[in-house]
Design a protein around this ligand. Structure first.
Ligand SMILES: Cc1ncc(COP(=O)(O)O)c(C=O)c1O
Length: 379
């Protein structure tokens, strides 16, 4: 048996998505920029995909720009906003995805911005009081804070952060890569200027994502070239990727509540079974809190031991694909900047299990039994 519990890294393609993409890989291969019939057919499909995404997110089609994925979208939004609005200060957190963190560090190193980190509490929650004091000190800043943390599943109150950003005239970008397709985003209500997403996190294809850019706060492009994507992203469109992304998001919205409750019960089951079979475990960040965290992620903290340090590696050998990495970089695990920021110096083992609508209780049983065997201390 081989069990896949790494859905925060990527998800399997939904067969219904594949069926929607297939014609655009085979017969409908035209370049959407071509004005002849081959091109026009594909252009129409792309635009209806864009319209679908916009309808689901309650924004206008012109505000949806397709990219090669989450990393490009984060880069484009952050760099574009800073250049366009001559922003001098950026406010972020030390537990952002590298697509955000490394981009901000690059801009800081180049002397384009001063970078300020908001304080986090011991569980990794953003201190909103501190955020407001930074916003007061540095008005007109760029704020980049992720909606859900990909490692520890913490959720940000983006409504509140949006209100604070509006009050202090900040440009608000949120990396919503882990929440797109899992939660509903209403962009008429949210006070947000840019958000970013990647289709492969919600059963769409890899190599395609999008950014929402609020029509009143447009930005310069990152990739220059043709006039594609309303002059905001040059390059021939990933046509079947866009078709797949739109279909995948449509399915997510169609079945969201059903999937959320199914995945939540899978997560609850794993928490209970782990607690009953392995001693000394806890959960990193909010991930063990069913009502408060991203329901697809459970980050397990194992007591310090040589075996637990090798847990991820041994789970792989036993047929379980998960991911993680403890705070310290040693053995088979590589250090996690998120865990390092929250639990500096901790030598506890860490494994992130992440679930999808395809995860079954039998797979959880298999994984927990292997974890218990590897921990050797069964209660
Ligand atoms: C929170 C977050 N942001 C950005 C990315 C990058 O997305 P992509 O792999 O599509 O470039 C990921 C993927 O792991 C992610 O989890």
């Amino acid at each position: 048996m081989r069990v896949y519990l790494d859905n925060a890294a990527t998800t399997p393609l939904d067969p219904e998505v594949f069926e929607a993409m297939k014609p655009f890989m085979l017969e409908d291969f035209g370049n959407p920029s071509s004005t002849h019939a081959h091109g026009r057919k594909v252009r129409a499909a792309i635009e209806s995909g864009r319209k679908k995404v916009a309808e689901l997110l309650n924004c206008t089609p012109g505000e949806i720009i397709f990219t090669s994925g989450g990393t490009e979208a984060d880069n484009a939004l952050i760099i574009g906003a800073i250049k366009t609005y001559k922003i001098k200060n950026a406010i972020s957190s030390p537990i952002e995805h590298h697509a955000v963190e490394h981009t901000l560090h690059m801009l800081e190193k180049n002397g384009d911005i001063n970078l300020h980190f908001v304080r986090l509490d011991e569980k990794g929650h953003v201190d909103l009081g501190h955020l407001e004091s930074l916003l007061k000190e540095f008005p007109n800043a760029l704020v980049s804070l992720m909606h859900a943390n990909n490692e520890i599943g913490n959720l940000l109150d983006i409504e509140k952060v949006g209100d604070l950003c509006q009050k202090h005239h900040a440009y608000f970008h949120s990396d919503t890569v882990q929440t797109m397709g899992h939660y509903r985003h209403d962009l008429k209500k949210l006070k947000i200027h840019g958000l970013t997403a990647a289709a492969h996190k919600f059963h769409g294809p890899k190599g395609i994502g999008f950014m929402y850019i609020n029509k009143d706060r447009k930005i310069q492009p990152l990739i220059h070239g043709g006039a594609q994507e309303r002059n905001l992203r040059g390059g021939t469109e990933n046509t079947y990727g866009i078709i797949g992304l739109a279909k995948a998001l449509e399915i997510c919205y169609r079945e969201m509540e059903e999937h959320e409750s199914k995945i939540n019960s899978i997560k609850k089951y794993m928490i209970e079974r782990l607690a009953a079979s392995v001693s000394g475990i806890s959960f990193h960040g909010d991930s063990g809190n069913l009502n408060k965290s991203l329901y697809t992620v459970l980050n397990v903290s194992f007591p310090e031991s040589d075996e637990n340090e090798m847990m991820l590696f041994n789970l792989d050998l036993q047929g379980i694909s998960a991911s993680g990495g403890s705070a310290c970089s040693s053995g088979a695990t590589t250090g996690s900047h998120v865990l390092n920021a929250l639990y500096p110096g901790s030598k506890r083992g860490a494994v992130r299990f992440s679930f999808s609508k395809f995860t079954t209780k039998e797979e959880i049983d298999f994984a927990v039994d292997k974890v218990a065997e590897l921990c050797k201390v069964t209660v």
